[in-house]
Design a protein. Sequence first.
Length: 181
Amino acid sequence: MGPILVNEHFSSRSPPRSPARHLLDVVLPALGRAVTVEDASASSWTIGGVTFERLWPPQTVDDRLSANDVSTVLRLSYKGQSILMTGDIEEQAQQELLEHGRLSADVLVLPHHGSVVPTTAKFIAAVGAEAVVQSSNRWSADNLGGVQELIGAVPTYNTCDMGAIEVTLEAGNVRVRAVED
């Protein structure tokens, strides 16, 4: 099993009784040396032809940022195609990323499970994805009114309705599909 990569804020922003704290304090010690936790503070790295570009968070962050807003945002690129994975970022991180630009990607995994905040429309437009993935459960899918209106005609894949979603990046082609059992 490979390492778990976390950003330098993960431990300090993982509150008691949170899933992240449970991972650090219970799961990983139980696994022993089978899994290591490594710092993913590099700005980019390449593994097997896939380039991982860390866009967020910066190495120094304002204490006012929420734990969600220090989630790691990665753009994975392969053979000229890319996917933007936004973690749990909310409004403040979205605003900061919009100010820095460089958000374009072929596929967007919606920030914060697709919740709508004032910056969501601008964020989606800045990415300009040809497909969108929403990672949600039934509660969030039922209570996220407005996100579909912001996405418009862009194909949307919701894990609540479709289960696992597979994204394949190939030279000149991106395929997104629900994984069948």
